[in-house]
Design a protein around this ligand. Structure first.
Ligand code: FAD
Length: 417
């Protein structure tokens, strides 16, 4: 990674939010990472006519998400890890699975094909969404379950170059969204004044990857739906045809551990679709929770792992659901007038009552509240605010204090874990 482009074939940049930053602080590397981060303080909605509408994430400009480079982040983490004398980095070895009973891990040396057996204490499996160690767990633990649900959508990344004068092609400090009903395109800024765009599109159907196979179809599609991008993308067709189409899926499994031998963390345990920008943040939060459990020297590994599974599975399922729902919100609702009014109402409530109100987005992105709580309370708030905003045409008649009182009344007794 530190020798080649390091991108790992996946998204070039990522949205880092509060949970991720909190974890990086615990690891002592937040400054190193935030040094190359770009703030994103709002969504910028691009309609079909090229008109834009800026929707701030929060009235407090200090609450924002960060666009960070995936490879930059990985390099900071690798550099930090190898400074520990008891950390040994072993590249070029592929994990093939594990015999759980004996605790033996099987690694294949990729240069000579030899298998190495390692039996060295607890294994923390962070081998990603396609985790062979999750496969071992599900195959060998009676009653263990897993589901891997792919969306009927794929994604394709495209780079938007800087303008000839060196500036960003679109406004910086925002996450750009082109919502188009059942599909959408987003763009996150990079420090070199480029944007990384991601097109989320069905594999099949009238507007789909299946239809975008040649210059004419790609150009016509972008002309119709993303016309304001075209002048900035002279190499569109070449890049579109050259870049791979990625898969999007949700992984759920239970349990996440086996005795004191194995525990799954990150995408290996709970890959989520990327529409809340939380997969990495949730994975870093796993590390914080595990770190806390490891502070207690009197607790055995098996007990730590059991507590970890218990605490995290419910929250991982919540962010998986929130992320799936946010896709619908981003592609369908961000352009809807009632939704836009509701966003304004949320911002007003957050401005007037910063201690008592946080939108669902804020709870997920700007706090460390459990995801499950953010989901329950957020759903309740959304229902109430959509109902009120459906009955008014602007915020002139919006009664913030009465609305907050209703939200608090109806959310009394909401379970927090
Ligand atoms: C398009 C897209 C956009 C995203 N955007 C965001 C975002 O904005 N914000 C956010 O928080 N999250 C985002 N995510 C999610 C984020 O990428 C993941 O949640 C995060 O990378 C999970 O980290 P991880 O370490 O658990 O797994 P990974 O990052 O997948 O790392 C797994 C590692 O294990 C290695 N590995 C895999 N198999 C083996 C094996 N058999 N043997 C040895 N090593 C192995 C891999 O090479 C890799 O290094 C996005 C994901 C996608 C696909």
């Amino acid at each position: 990674m530190r020798k080649d482009d390091g991108g790992g074939g996946r998204s070039i940049n990522l949205a880092l939010s509060k949970r991720g930053v909190s974890a990086l602080e615990v690891a002592g590397v937040s400054r190193d990472v935030l040094e190359f981060a770009l703030p994103m303080r709002a969504r910028m909605i691009h309609d079909l006519d090229g008109q834009t509408n800026r929707q701030p994430y929060h009235p407090n400009p200090q609450k924002y998400i960060n666009s960070i480079s995936r490879s930059g982040l990985n390099i900071v983490l690798l550099n930090a890890a190898e400074k520990y004398p008891n950390v040994h980095l072993q590249f070029g070895h592929k994990c093939k699975g594990m015999d759980l009973k004996s605790g033996t891990l099987f690694l294949e040396n990729e240069s000579n094909g030899h298998t190495i057996e390692v039996n060295n204490g607890p294994v923390f499996a962070t081998d990603g969404a396609g985790s062979p160690l999750r496969d071992s767990l599900v195959a060998q633990v009676p009653g263990a379950t897993e589901s891997v649900d792919y969306l009927e959508y794929g994604y394709k990344e495209l780079t938007l170059e800087a303008l000839p004068d060196g500036n960003f092609a679109f406004a910086p400090e925002v996450l750009h969204i082109w919502p188009r009903g059942h599909f959408m395109l987003i763009a996150l800024p990079n420090p070199d004044f480029t944007f990384t765009c991601t097109l989320f599109l069905p594999y099949e159907g009238e507007q789909s990857f299946a239809k975008l196979t040649n210059q004419a179809s790609i150009e016509a599609f972008f002309q119709e739906f993303f016309g304001d991008l075209l002048p900035h993308k002279p190499d569109l067709v070449e890049e579109f045809l050259a870049n791979p189409t990625g898969k999007l899926g949700t992984v759920r499994c239970k349990p996440w551990h086996y005795e004191d031998k194995l525990v799954l963390l990150g995408d290996a345990a709970h890959a989520v679709v990327p529409f809340y920008g939380q997969g990495m943040n949730a994975s870093f939060e796993d590390c914080v929770v595990m770190n806390e459990l490891m502070r207690d020297d009197n607790t055995a590994w098996a007990e730590r792992f059991a507590k970890f599974s218990e605490q995290r599975i419910e929250n991982a399922n919540a962010i998986a659901d929130l992320a799936l729902y946010n896709f619908i919100e981003m592609r369908d609702y961000t352009a809807d007038p009632v939704f836009a009014l509701k966003r304004k109402a949320e911002v007003l409530l957050e401005e007037k009552f910063p201690e008592d109100f946080a939108s669902k987005y804020s709870m997920v992105s700007f706090t460390n509240l459990p995801y499950r709580y953010a989901q329950l309370r957020g759903d309740l708030q959304d229902r109430i605010l959509m109902e009120i905003c459906g009955q008014i045409s602007d915020l002139g008649t919006f009664d913030a204090a009465t609305t907050l009182a209703r939200i608090e009344r109806e959310s009394e007794g909401l379970a927090v874990h």
